[in-house]
Design a protein around this ligand. Structure first.
Ligand SMILES: Nc1ncnc2c1ncn2[C@@H]1O[C@H](COP(=O)(O)OP(=O)(O)OP(=O)(O)O)[C@@H](O)[C@H]1O
Ligand SMILES: [Mg+2]
Ligand SMILES: [Mg+2]
Length: 493
């Protein structure tokens, strides 16, 4: 481990906690999946830090699981609570914990909607590090003494320390993977729980059908805590209801909130209305607990709610950046369903602009072999929306390596993928093959880094046209974060 104690040192130390590719592969082959031991382990680390699960009650946690829309829902809740507080109500300080990060690791831990500073991150990171070292013997029966939790668990643990130390009294938590065995599931008495849209993702860990996946997500439901979800496919809804009943939880399945008619949410799409509906219910449940004078109006949203929904900032999702030669459409979708949403949003936005130039796709997804099946919906949605049936003119498959010359930005170092696959662009070749079958007329390119992919799209646009090219960057939040970092300067947050 590095001897310094700067933010960069903290990120290097954190990266050393990533499970290496070889270990992941060995586990996968042996069929080892996370189980109840992971939450036990989190409790042990919490004890080494000097906390017990009841201490987390001070955070008044709003806990969100789901396949898609978790982060968006959490950002809405955070934004609503922030506006409510500015109007003079509680909470005093709102914390937000999300994953993954887009541009810098510290985005995952926010206070008052802003990522904690590099200084604060470094300080708390090493406080956690030292306490874990000093208290190796504590709860040694629940986690190996001397060990540190893996990356995502470390950040979860650290977030509790940050929020408790900084006087946060309402904290919105996005689960990492699943729910039942997720690191965030050490919280025992959240003030509200929510399950956003369910679909297929993380099949190795969670299972390959939506009912198995629903089982995991329902693991965050807690007796005595108000629980909400949005309308789901029947197989998922059935499991959620069954598990809720087993726990004695009254799970409310929400239809799109009619009060949303008063708020202009972006994008104006059903999926986002579902996220907003869930967020409203969660914020209302949290405020009932935090503010005895709060009582929801069934007919209208308070202004703070409307403002919170309209002014939320949730980067990397349905973003447009208008440059001289290219209009960049940026969205971090990375499942079959969400990529269809992203494609629909892209064609809708292009259709709303005068004089649309050639369409360019920049796509990547690393480490998931099933990602090749993401392409069909993406390709067809764009082709079908065009009166002449034309799809993307240029299709660029790149890696998630940020820069051509210097490689990964520190915050994006990822030891969980096979380095040989990245060097050989193995996955990108499979994508190219599939796209050729889907749309033989497309100009398909393999480009080794995000920086070069953006430059290629720009120079194609400059060479070809009077009209601006329309580029869609999607498939991976790492790709999108890297691209935004380059488009805005590396420290843009
Ligand atoms: N309810 C939804 N249903 C389907 N797609 C959605 C939904 N909400 C958001 N999306 C799409 O998924 C992308 C990611 O959204 P968000 O960050 O809210 O999800 P998430 O659940 O936090 O995902 P992850 O943590 O796995 O990246 C968005 O850019 C959008 O394209
Ligand atoms: Mg996910
Ligand atoms: Mg997320």
């Amino acid at each position: 481990m590095a001897t310094g104690r700067t933010y960069n040192d903290a990120i290097d130390a954190l990266n050393s906690l990533q499970t290496p590719y070889a270990v992941i592969e060995a586990r996968r082959k042996a069929g080892i999946r996370p189980d109840a031991a992971s939450v036990r382990e989190m409790r042990a680390y919490l004890a080494r830090l000097g906390y017990s699960p009841p201490d987390l009650d001070r955070l008044n946690v709003v806990h969100v699981a789901g396949t898609k829309g978790k982060g968006s829902t959490c950002a809405f809740v955070d934004s609503i609570l922030a506006r409510y507080q500015r109007n003079g109500g509680p909470p005093r300080r709102v914390g937000l914990f999300t994953s993954p990060h887009l541009i810098a690791v510290r985005e995952r831990i926010r206070i008052a909607s802003a990522p904690i500073s590099e200084e604060l991150f470094a300080r708390y990171f090493f406080e956690v590090w030292d306490r874990l070292e000093q208290n190796r013997a504590v709860a040694a029966d629940m986690a190996a003494p001397g060990s540190k939790p893996i990356y995502a668990r470390y950040l979860t643990l650290m977030s509790y320390h940050v929020f408790l130390s900084e006087g946060v009294d309402a904290a919105v938590y996005e689960t990492g993977i699943g729910g039942e065995f997720d690191a965030t599931n050490v919280v025992e008495r959240p003030v509200a729980t929510g399950i956003s849209s369910l679909g297929i993702d993380h099949v190795f860990v969670l299972g390959n059908t939506v009912d198995k996946i629903a089982w995991h997500k329902a693991g965050i439901l807690k007796p005595g805590t108000p629980a909400f979800t949005v309308e789901q496919v029947p197989a998922a809804e059935e499991v959620l209801k069954k598990r809720a009943a087993e726990k004695g939880v009254d799970l409310k399945v929400l239809k799109i909130d009619p009060r949303l008619a008063a708020a202009r949410i972006r994008p104006d799409a059903i999926f986002q209305k579902k996220n907003a509906t869930l967020a409203i219910a969660l914020a209302e449940a949290a405020l009932r607990k935090l503010d005895t004078s709060f009582s929801p109006d069934p007919d209208a949203l308070p202004q703070a709610f409307v403002d919170g929904l309209e002014q939320v900032v949730w980067r990397g999702r349905c973003e447009v950046k208008d440059e001289d030669s290219v209009i960049w459409h940026v969205d971090g979708a990375h499942t079959v369903d969400s990529l269809k949403m992203a494609a629909r949003w892209f064609v809708g936005d292009c259709a709303g602009r005068a004089g649309v130039g050639p369409k360019v796709l920049i796509f990547n997804q690393q480490g998931r072999t099933e990602a090749v099946d993401f392409l069909d919906g993406l390709c067809n949605t764009v082709k079908n929306a065009d009166p002449a049936g034309k799809g993307f003119k240029h299709v660029i498959f790149c890696t998630n390596v940020t820069y051509a010359a210097t490689g990964y930005k520190r915050d994006f170092v990822n030891r969980q993928h096979n380095p040989a696959d990245i060097a050989n662009m193995t996955q990108q070749r499979v994508f190219a093959e599939r796209w050729k079958a889907l749309d033989p007329s497309a100009n398909i390119m393999l480009i080794p880094s995000i920086e070069e992919a953006l430059n290629t799209a720009r120079s194609l646009a400059e060479k070809e046209g009077e009209q601006k090219a329309q580029a869609l960057i999607t498939g991976s939040l790492h790709l999108v974060g890297g691209a935004l970092g380059i488009l805005e300067g590396a420290d843009a947050l």
